[in-house]
Ligand binder design. Structure first.
Ligand code: ADP
Ligand code: ZN
Ligand code: ZN
Length: 817
């Protein structure tokens, strides 16, 4: 009797595919192993075995597999279950989930391109003959297609050889960017050993009698060392002793002082939490106990803790108990909050049991993390990662922490699977009977609603750690300021005063502006024309640094124009403002201070935002201007003042979550002020100072915001009362877009009646020459989600069968954000 396996191919296919295997192969194959299989006319793919049986497929003849790639499974049964759940819940193909879930290096296919790993050294890596042949070929020719590797080795089954080469770090796969991040090092000094004895020290001071400046430095050094044995930065020594760096240098040249360098991230934390001990405050301790109580009864608990209340410390204590039982912990947070600082904080406490999973890691790094987790290696007890970490092959998960749970970056927008990691984590935890802790200073309405309705436990932590007061929040009415001519560019006199004061005290300042670029658009004052992107329905944005007009959607750009393109008038001006303009204005206002900017334009490369964050932490920057990136759980220590340049463009965003988002964003940015020692201050500039949300932010009134917003959600039938599925129809043909969208809306309306909204053009209806139209389906709580999706799938199948719509694509987004 023939044997068969069902596999998941890394392709957007509706179904699993069945292949035939020999009885011998069937003997060794286990679920979760990879096999190379032929697919289509000539392609070979890496697929994952998801089933074994003896039933031949009915509609096609099963092909034999090319070969088995693993000796043991690389995908666990739980992962297979999770993939199936994601595919069905988020309405996508299992193959799409597989592609998101496995490191690219696991999915070699005939299209891949192989290159030598940077720094590859033949002497250092042991290779067998075949492996050697491949690397030798790569030294002659910088890259090879898999097909070419087949020629080199004169055989078809080259994937195992390549897999081994990847594992040995001898080769890398296509499109990998290798930019190594070297953490910044800081210069320290210490006195040479021979002067540490009392006698030698006095002798030294005598000898320096004729060099009073150098003597002063040494005296200061002794003073500082008497206060603390911490490593001494050269910067500290010069500022305390008033010496120049030349004086320090001569002491180093004379072999009296010795300089050395340390990585700053490591050092700054050795200073504070290196004792590897955390003592919770009384309030934190009580919260910790409440969470434990809660999690006895419930699977999910929400910790609503204000910014800087020490949620991280509470997490650490919880993690400690879980790993003591030999279980694994997944700690999810927004990508950008994965700072060296936090990683170090955890490593200081847990040593090398902490593993980080970063989407910007190279293939090799990701493979390594994946394997550690798969083997339940003690190194992988605690996995810290952004959303895609839910795909790791956990063996025995005990706890998932989702920090900043309100963050929309937990939801993947594009491509499929369009999953929300926060919600997927709940399902993942259930497979292991593990517990979940959601944390936020500004919980999502959905989570708070669940907590209020006893689906989740709820614990509140409402004081900052160490008796630091919450920042004082002041609203500045810029309408009045404009009238009274109290504005300098986009800065009110009040904001300028506060910035000046903070800088004088050597404190840092954060300025938040919800837009990148210089100034959204260029407008002709004669005819009103503003230059448009030829590919998208948006105006081009002025970027002063590059003196270009750019499209934020497709990257199209032209040089800045001197004349109106429509009427040739030279009377043109820029309207609106962005981060770049704030930065430019600031440089003119505060020429003596260092100003940095953090937005999408300045954070493109690997570790780019890590670098800006570190520079700010190290006080190499006095003022940091940025977009929402600044709101994501960063722990800066010296920020006295936070300025929100304009609250209004947040509030006016056309989305049913705009008010909730504005509240979260503003309060989170505000939370960066005064996190340690001194009380911080926050200024919010607004044209609508009486806006409900602005008022609620200024009094940190989460509950008031919740009450208002939840009422609106109820009245207008939005989550958490209704679930949503969004359909985006796109095509290059304008009338096809219209026709097909109308067709789909009608088909859905036939079944779901008034719960179908649209079709409607989104605010930007054309991107990269494709037209977009959206339909929204609202699903009442009582309506079965499973049944709804069944119907939706049927409608989509009929849609796809319409020949005229062949060129139209429908993107389905379940629980859109
Ligand atoms: P949150 O995550 O709630 O915003 P953090 O955990 O970052 O707050 O804590 C804010 C600051 O207070 C951090 O610098 C942290 O080191 C410090 N802190 C909080 N709790 C403690 C504690 N129990 N012992 C020592 N430092 C603490
Ligand atoms: Zn004009
Ligand atoms: Zn464009």
């Amino acid at each position: 009797m023939p044997h068969f396996i069902d596999v998941i191919l890394p392709l957007p296919l509706d179904k699993r595919f069945t292949y035939e295997v020999t009885p011998e192969e069937s003997e060794v194959i286990r679920l979760g192993m990879r096999v190379a299989v032929p697919f289509g006319k000539s392609k070979i793919y890496t697929a994952v075995v998801a089933g074994k049986h003896k039933n031949a497929p009915q509609v096609y003849e099963a092909k034999p597999i090319s070969q088995i790639l693993d000796e043991s499974p690389v995908v666990t049964k739980t992962q297979l279950e999770l993939w199936r759940w994601i595919a069905s819940y988020y309405m996508c193909a299992e193959g799409e989930v597989l592609k998101a879930a496995l490191p690219g290096a696991f999915l070699l296919e005939s299209e891949n391109i192989v290159q030598l790993a940077p720094g590859f050294d033949q002497e250092e890596i042991e290779l067998n003959d075949e492996e050697y042949l491949v690397t030798e070929a790569l030294q002659r020719q910088s890259s090879l297609k898999i097909q070419e590797v087949m020629q080199v080795l004169d055989k078809k089954s080259v994937l195992p050889v390549l897999n081994r080469l990847v594992a040995k770090k001898a080769v890398v796969l296509d499109r990998e960017i290798y930019e190594q991040y070297t953490p910044k090092k800081v210069r320290f000094v210490k006195l040479r050993e021979e002067f540490s004895a009392e006698k030698a020290m006095h002798q030294l001071l005598d000898d320096l009698g004729r060099a009073p400046k150098q003597r002063e430095v040494i005296l200061t050094y002794f003073n500082l060392q008497a206060q603390s044995k911490k490593p001494l930065k050269v910067k500290t020594l010069t500022s305390k002793s008033g010496a120049s760096s030349a004086t320090i240098k001569s002491l180093i040249d004379k072999n009296i002082l010795e300089e050395y360098y340390l990585e700053v991230d490591r050092v700054s934390f050795k200073e504070e939490t290196a004792r590897g001990e955390i003592r919770l405050s009384e309030l934190q301790e009580s919260v910790f106990q409440q969470i434990r109580e809660n999690l006895k009864e419930q699977n999910v608990c929400l910790l609503h803790g204000i910014t800087s209340s020490g949620k991280t410390e509470v997490y650490i204590k919880l993690i400690e108990r879980v790993i003591a039982k030999g279980k694994q912990v997944l700690y999810l947070l927004p990508e950008i909050a994965l700072t060296t600082q936090l990683i170090q904080r955890l490593r200081n406490y847990f040593g090398d049991q902490v593993l980080v999973f970063h989407s910007k890691y190279s293939v090799n790094e990701r493979v390594e993390v994946y394997n550690h987790v798969l083997q339940n290696n003690p190194k992988a007890r605690i996995v810290l990662g952004a959303r895609s970490a839910v795909f790791l092959p956990f063996a025995d998960l005990g706890l998932i922490i989702t920090d900043e749970e309100h963050e929309t970056t937990f939801k993947q927008f594009d491509p499929a699977p369009r999953y929300n990691a926060r919600d997927t984590a709940v399902v993942l935890a259930n497979f292991f009977k593990a517990k979940i802790l959601l944390g936020s200073a500004t919980p999502s309405l959905e989570s708070y609603f669940n907590a209020k309705h006893h689906k989740y436990g709820l614990v509140e932590l409402d004081r900052r750690y160490g008796n630091v007061l919450e920042p004082e929040i002041e609203i500045v009415d810029i309408k009045t300021k404009h009238k009274k001519k109290k504005m300098t560019g986009h800065f009110s006199d009040s904001l300028l005063q506060e910035i000046t004061a903070a800088l004088k005290e050597e404190e840092q300042v954060i300025l938040f502006q919800n837009r990148r670029g210089f100034s959204p658009i260029l407008e002709c004052n004669t005819c009103g024309h503003s230059p448009q992107c030829p590919n998208c329905d948006v105006s081009l944005t002025y970027h002063s640094f590059s003196r270009q007009l750019r499209c934020h959607y497709c990257g199209y750009h032209i040089a800045m124009q001197q004349k109106c393109m429509a009427c040739d008038s030279t009377d043109i001006s820029t309207k609106g403002f962005g981060t770049e303009q704030i930065e430019t204005e600031l440089k003119a206002l505060f020429p003596d201070y260092k100003i940095g900017r953090m937005d999408q334009d300045t954070t493109r490369g690997k570790y780019a935002y890590e670098k800006i964050i570190t520079a700010f932490e190290q006080h190499e920057l006095d003022i940091l201007v940025g977009t929402q990136m600044l709101s994501k759980g960063l722990d800066f220590r010296n920020v006295k003042l936070v300025g929100i340049m304009n609250a209004d463009n947040l509030l006016n965003f056309p989305d049913f979550r705009a008010h909730e988002r504005s509240f979260q964003l503003m309060l989170q940015v505000a939370g960066r002020a005064g996190r340690t020692k001194k009380r911080g201050k926050v200024l919010i500039q607004s044209y609508n100072p009486h806006h409900q949300i602005v008022q609620q932010v200024s009094t940190n009134d989460y509950k008031g915001m919740y009450k208002d917003q939840i009422e609106e959600r109820y009245n207008y039938k939005y989550p958490p009362f209704y679930r949503l599925i969004k359909f985006s129809i796109k095509s290059r043909d304008y009338s096809k877009t219209n026709e097909s969208a109308a067709w789909l809306a009608k088909a859905l309306t036939n079944v779901f009646r008034e719960n179908v909204l649209g079709p409607e053009f989104p605010p930007v209806a054309r991107i990269r020459n494709e037209y977009y139209k959206n339909i929204l389906l609202k699903i009442p709580q009582k309506q079965s989600l499973g049944k709804t999706k069944e119907v939706v799938n049927k409608v989509l199948t009929s849609f796809n069968a319409v020949p005229a719509f062949r060129s139209v694509r429908v993107v389905v987004n379940v629980d859109p954000m």
